[in-house]
Design a binder for this molecule. Structure first.
Ligand code: CP
Length: 307
């Protein structure tokens, strides 16, 4: 098997996505092994993270590999002015695979080009978060028993939300009906609306998070309004509390509707939703370990079923 980077979800076609989901299912059943024995994975996080970094590191540890890296770029030589190119070239000397989160859009693509080892994009600015998409798709598949033909409602910051951008790109293979609920300021960018149009995806844009939209949904994908993406804090203050999902709003939901959220949440899902049968966001985060075990082994050219 070839080694390969995962920079954008667009790097994968439908059958590659389905194969990764099968692999995630395998790892859910077999989370512990020695498949990565003797391998070193570097996790370079230039932006904060809880789930992505820790689930990647858990994935490596459970597969018998070792982890190096940093969770705060201020502790690396970046703080002395070292360029991203030099950092990646150095780390390529030490590790077999780089997992990187960076605030600059395109940073992961650049790292994959200049480095000597595969790179997995753990989020680049407002651009892409492909490993999140794989765990989102795996969560959808597990809860709905299919991905094809579902009504999926994305709510909140659809402008800067890299998770919704990546997920929408992957969903183009699965004929969804998309509902986009956001304020005018945080609408889904034009290029992603165009993607819907080019792929014949039915989509609807709303500013109101109405009972009708909730009732029609198989999946509600809530997102946080990300303060860190706003240059004008007053703009953030205007939109930060527009959409909060509360338990009382779920009376109209289909019994099998599930609520996803990449997390962290601030106040867009009230805690009274947490023990509802519709809440799935904590299990979704757990699925991240299996999805990332699938991605890591694919990136390193390791076939778990061949051992
Ligand atoms: N979903 C996600 O990317 O979470 P973290 O920012 O905690 O990694």
């Amino acid at each position: 098997m070839e080694k390969e980077s995962l920079v954008a979800i667009d790097d994968l076609n439908r059958s590659e996505i389905l194969a990764l989901l099968e692999r995630a299912r395998y790892f859910e059943q077999h989370p512990n092994s020695r498949l990565l024995e003797g391998r070193v994975v570097a996790t370079l996080f230039f932006e904060p993270s809880t789930r992505t970094r820790l689930s990647f590191e858990t994935a490596v540890n459970r597969l018998g590999g070792r982890v190096i890296g940093f969770s705060d770029a201020a502790t690396s030589s970046t703080s002395k002015g070292e360029t991203l190119k030099d950092t990646i070239k150095m780390v390529s000397n030490y590790a077999d695979l780089i997992v990187m989160r960076h605030h600059l859009e395109g940073a992961a693509r650049y790292a994959a080009e200049v480095g000597g080892v595969p790179v997995i994009n753990a989020g680049d600015g407002a651009n892409q978060h492909p490993s999140q998409t794989m765990l989102d798709l795996y969560s959808i598949l597990k809860t709905q028993d299919k991905i094809e033909g579902l009504t999926i409602t994305m709510v909140g910051d659809l402008k800067y939300g890299r998770t919704v951008h990546s997920l929408l790109q992957a969903l183009r293979f699965f004929k969804p009906i998309m509902n986009f609920v956001s304020s005018h300021e945080l609408q889904m960018p034009r290029e992603y609306i165009q993607l819907c149009e080019e792929n014949g995806i039915e989509y609807h844009e709303y500013t109101e998070f109405s009972p009708e939209v909730i009732a029609a949904s198989d999946i509600i994908y809530m997102t946080r309004v990300q303060r860190e993406r706003f240059s004008d804090i007053m703009e953030y203050e205007k939109v930060k509390n527009l959409y909060t999902l509360r338990r009382s709003m779920l009376d109209v939901a289909k019994p099998n509707m599930r609520i996803l959220h990449p997390l962290p949440r601030v106040n867009e899902i009230d805690i009274d939703v947490d023990d509802s049968s519709h809440a799935y966001y904590f299990e979704q985060a757990r699925n991240g370990v299996y999805a990332r075990q699938a991605i890591i082994t694919k990136a390193l050219g390791i076939d778990p079923l061949a051992k």
